[in-house]
Structure formats: structure tokens, C-alpha cells
Design a binder for this molecule. Structure first.
Ligand code: PEP
Length: 251
């Protein structure tokens, strides 16, 4: 199973900046990309095509969308469909990133619809789950993560290839804060997620990748990526610059 090194550029970068950053990453990793790694760049919608053009001939590089609306087409002003993401060059998409759940008020039910619809449409889906600091303090890690996982996956049609589903554990208190979950916390959450994936998908649960996200940097990535059940990372801030993200990919 290849480790997935994903860069979430959130609402940063113009078309030119995104294309130039992607080109620089391809150049920096041309001779140093580890064989067991894949790079996924997730730019804002407006820059997807420019990033796709920059990476399309680079082995092991992919482009993803940060979100979409779960319908093929229609009167959904401001939204984008899985088909439009695929058309622009994406093969992955995020669902349920904590900023969508907590800033934009997205429900776990809607996240579940997105995962099911995205998979049906041919996108590989990255379902993000994670607890807030209050939930952690109240001892609700298991309850929150399992609830998000079940709501996110229970409507997905079975029979998809295990490479098409990825779960990202991103404790909300670690996203963009500089606070990284420690090895013990990561191991505990990823073990819980693996156990639930095996219960939900007995045939392929062991092959579904589980990423860690939350203030990953070049100097902590090596330790994180070596932990049991950590099959890659989802990186925000430290993925915006080609040199720092390249160091993460090779960590
Ligand atoms: C994220 O956006 O998913 C994320 C983990 O951000 P950061 O790496 O900045 O914490």
C-alpha cells in the first residue's frame, strides 16, 4: 500500500501561484520521490486545471478537489459536481474537512451523501473525521470519531476498490494550530478507525488508507508516518510551499 501525501491548499493561491508551486514540487521530487509514496495536490477549484497541467506527466502525482455537491448537475448556484472535478483532472476529493463541518456547518449526513455520490461518480474519496478539543476533554473521542465514520460511510455502495476510499483522522485542535497529536493519541485514534473499517468492510478494511492530519511539518512527519496504521498525511499550512512539502513527502 503506497503512502498518500496530500496537500490541502484551502483558499490559498491564484492559478499562476498554484501551477508554479505544483511545477516546483514535480521538479524537487523528480529524483527523490520514494517509491512507496503518492502525492496528491488539492488546490482551490479555480486552480485545479493549472495544477493538473503541471503534474499530468509526473508519475505518482494526482490532483483532488476540496469539496463538491452530491448531484450530477442542476440549479445549485456556487456548487461544483464530481463530474466537473473529474473533467478538470481530479481523481480524488475531500469530504467532511473540519473547516466545512465547523465553519460552514456541514452535517455528517451531508458528508455521507458526498462520500457515496463521489464514489459512485468515480472519484476516490477522502473522508475527514476528528474531535474538537472540548470533545476530547470530555472523553468523547471514540463516540465522535465512530459517529462521523459511520455517518460518512454507511450509505456508500459496497464493492468499490479499497484504493478509492481514504479516511483522514484530523483532530480539530491540531489543524492549523501548531499543536500536533502525540504518537499515543495518533495510534489510539488510527487503531479505532482501522477496527471500525474492518467491521464495516471485512474484505477490504485492512487496505483502506488512514491519513493523519494536523500541523504536520517536515520535522515531525517522519515519526508520524512510521506509526502503525498511518498510511499517509493530510497537510495544510506546510504544504503551501514547494520546498517544505517536498521535505514532508521524502521524510
Ligand atoms: C488541513 O487543512 O487538513 C490541515 C491538517 O491543516 P494544517 O496542516 O495546517 O494543520
Amino acid at each position: 500500500m503506497k503512502k498518500l501525501m496530500a496537500a490541502n491548499w484551502k483558499m490559498y493561491k491564484t492559478w499562476d501561484e498554484a501551477r508554479d508551486t505544483a511545477k516546483a514540487m514535480v521538479r524537487l521530487l523528480a529524483n527523490s520521490m520514494p517509491k512507496d509514496r503518492e502525492v496528491l495536490l488539492i488546490p482551490p477549484f479555480t486552480a485545479i486545471r493549472g495544477v493538473y497541467d503541471a503534474i499530468r506527466d509526473a508519475k505518482g502525482f494526482y490532483v483532488g478537489g476540496q469539496d463538491f455537491y452530491p448531484a450530477a448537475e442542476g440549479a445549485y448556484t456556487g456548487e461544483i459536481s464530481p463530474g466537473q472535478l473529474l473533467d478538470a483532472g481530479c481523481c480524488f476529493a475531500l469530504a467532511g474537512h473540519s473547516e466545512r463541518r465547523h465553519v460552514l456547518g456541514e452535517s455528517s449526513e451531508l458528508v455521507g451523501k458526498k462520500v457515496a455520490f463521489g464514489l459512485d461518480s468515480g472519484l476516490s474519496m477522502i473522508l475527514c473525521v476528528g474531535e474538537t478539543v472540548e470533545e476530547r476533554k470530555e472523553g468523547k473521542l471514540t463516540e465522535v470519531v465512530l459517529k462521523q465514520l459511520r455517518a460518512g460511510l454507511n450509505t456508500a455502495a459496497r464493492g468499490f476498490d479499497p484504493e478509492m476510499l481514504v479516511v483522514a483522522y484530523e483532530p480539530v485542535w491540531a489543524i492549523g494550530t501548531g499543536l500536533v497529536a502525540g504518537p499515543k493519541e495518533i495510534l489510539e485514534a488510527h487503531k479505532l478507525i482501522r477496527k471500525e473499517l474492518l467491521a464495516m468492510f471485512p474484505d477490504i478494511g485492512s487496505e483502506i488508507r488512514i491519513l493523519y492530519g494536523g500541523s504536520v511539518k517536515a520535522d515531525n512527519c517522519g515519526e508520524i508516518i512510521a506509526l502503525d496504521n498511518v498510511d499517509g498525511v493530510l497537510v495544510g499550512g506546510a504544504s503551501l510551499k514547494a520546498d517544505s512539502f517536498s521535505l514532508i513527502v521524502t521524510a
